[in-house]
Design a protein around this ligand. Sequence first.
Ligand code: ZN
Length: 214
Amino acid sequence: MPRGESRLRRALRSAMSGLVLGGGLGLIVSLLPAGHPPAPRLAQAATGQEAPAQAGEDFAYLAERRLLLPVEGVAPAALRDTFNQGRDAGTRPHEALDIPAPRGTPVFAVDDGRLVKLFTSVPGGLTLYQFDPGSRYAYYYAHLDRYAQGLHEGAQLQRGDVVGYVGSTGNASADAPHLHFAIFRLGAERQWWKGEAVNPYPLLSPAQPVPRKP
Ligand SMILES: [Zn+2]
């Protein structure tokens, strides 16, 4: 056991070993480095099926970030978990939270970190990508009505900064403005458009029970 390995990592490692005995995840375990942090990027071994250990690791890291609910005036208890809903007649998973609010409601940065990309897409409309301070996760804000004044790529945002305003740009229906908010675990290349979705709901809704760690 390497010196300095955290209790969480040990727990994860032993959980992973257990999974291997259960079969199927040998590849992931073989990629676990023997040594110290930085933590292994299990995303590299993603097979489409999230290992429970990975979900626990995502949650542990992001819970530490104490994310701010990104829409002004919305109480955590008002959130609905829309992560697992289908979209486009069930052909793709939603993998995000929709937070309804009147058009023009301020949208806050959930965390400190760099604004990496201002991007306009057909489905997302006016969107913004922010990395967490460790550049391990991306926060994605979509359907914005407009950006906050003076925003530019590369800006260091602080938790609570207004980044834009709720709208219905992209494929949102005009009579149902909302913020589409997503979190992605970035790959090793740290590309803002690529990652594995993490459900923001348990991280923004303190009323929810904490997901069980493996
Ligand atoms: Zn959405």
